[in-house]
Design a protein. Structure first.
Length: 116
């Protein structure tokens, strides 16, 4: 096998780098994740979904996002994080009408013909 690897110019990785040895970082991280999963169910799934839902400002990469151009109170820059922004909630619910108002509302109704 080593002759084939040498002929193909494949690097030979020493065993202490492959992660199969005890007490290496890969095993330590695996143990940490298993412990987290026991103590905080769903944490691993949350971590991986967070890795899928990123915007450039999450990366701390100045080539991807202009962090120096941000000022307190400035508008959201394209690619910025909106997760903690306050959502505008209307003071009155949609379709709300005061009791005194007699104008008929346009309502959308679904006529149920048969329920089985």
């Amino acid at each position: 096998m080593s002759v084939f690897a040498e002929a193909k110019a494949f690097p030979i990785i020493p065993c202490n780098l492959c992660g199969s040895q005890p007490n290496l970082q890969r095993q330590v991280i695996a143990d940490m994740l298993r412990d987290w999963d026991k103590r905080y169910p769903g944490r691993i799934e949350t971590m991986f979904s967070a890795m899928q839902n990123i915007v450039p400002s999450h990366l701390c990469d100045t080539n991807q996002f202009d962090f120096k151009g941000i000022a307190h109170g400035s508008e959201v820059v394209d690619g910025g994080d909106l997760a903690f922004d306050r959502e505008e909630i209307p003071l009155q619910p949609a379709g709300w009408q005061p009791e005194e108002d007699d104008t008929p509302l346009e309502t959308l109704r679904l006529d149920v013909i048969e329920v089985k």
